[in-house]
Write a protein that binds this ligand. Structure first.
Ligand code: NHR
Ligand code: GAR
Length: 215
């Protein structure tokens, strides 16, 4: 299976995919890495792994629809089976979703459905939560509203701040995301309408807890 990975930043989740593909724990190839930012650190990670890169700067387009159409056209020659949003920071329009619906995943740094959108860790701290985390979900038209697949919890501790919490959550993200992609690559995971199915069975509304996953 061929993956396309979309990034905007440092690409530590991209690195987790590169490592999992190289190790064979994720039986797939990353065909292309696309960034909307030319300065994204993840581009150097892709180049170091001999993966083709594309930069499409959203500021050069007059609308979100035009930007999304350019991304769909640029990805088409790579014929990705699965598209991975890995710290990709532009909200996608329905035309992009339609092109890849059912084979488009995101990792979001909260325990969905809590805290869709931005600044998730600060919001969890401000709310006095005792747990934060990250969730892999199918991407649908509703921002961070597509069905959850897999999540991991991270305890909030005394003296925490958003940066410390983000670092600890990211360590779990790097385990979580390749595992969810593996289910897809193995043909075990599917989106049916607005429901996520694993081995033909609907997943729980919050997804599966990574700590309870056997395989
Ligand atoms: N698009 C759709 N349609 N559905 C989702 O679930 C999406 C999506 C695009 C990105 C990632 C998401 C996250 O995990 C994601 C999920 C960016 C923003 C945002 O507000 C919000 C959520 C996510 C990504 N972006 C601003 C915008 O105007 C720009 C912010 C910036 O450039 O720093 O697009 O959190
Ligand atoms: C990750 O923590 C991811 O959950 C988050 O950005 C980080 C990207 O890190 N995603 C979002 O906030 C999406 N809006 P990375 O570039 O090192 O993978």
């Amino acid at each position: 299976m061929k993956l396309a990975v979309l990034i905007s930043g440092s690409g530590s989740n991209l690195q987790a995919f590169i490592d999992a593909c190289e190790a064979g724990t994720l039986p797939a190839d990353i065909a292309v890495v696309l960034s909307n930012k030319s300065e994204a650190g993840g581009l150097a990670r892709a180049e170091a792994a001999d993966i083709p890169t594309l930069v499409i700067d959203h500021r050069e387009f007059e609308s979100r629809e035009a930007f999304d159409a350019a991304m769909v056209a640029a990805l088409a020659p790579f014929a990705p089976d699965l598209v991975i949003l890995a710290g990709f920071m532009r909200i996608l329009t329905p035309a992009f979703i339609a092109a890849f619906r059912g084979r488009l995943l995101n990792i979001h740094p909260s325990l969905l459905p809590k805290y869709p959108g931005l600044h998730t860790h600060q919001r969890a701290l401000d709310a006095g939560d005792t747990e934060a985390g990250a969730t892999v979900h199918f991407v649908t038209e509703e921002l961070d509203g597509g069905p959850p697949i897999l999540f991991a919890q991270v305890a909030i501790v005394e003296g925490d701040n958003a940066a410390l919490l983000a670092d600890r959550v990211q360590l779990r993200e790097h385990q979580l995301y390749p595992q969810a992609a593996r289910w897809f690559v193995e043909g075990r995971l599917a989106l049916q309408g607005d429901r996520a199915l694993l081995d033909g069975e609907p997943l729980p509304p919050s997804g599966v807890d990574l700590d309870k996953v056997q395989d």
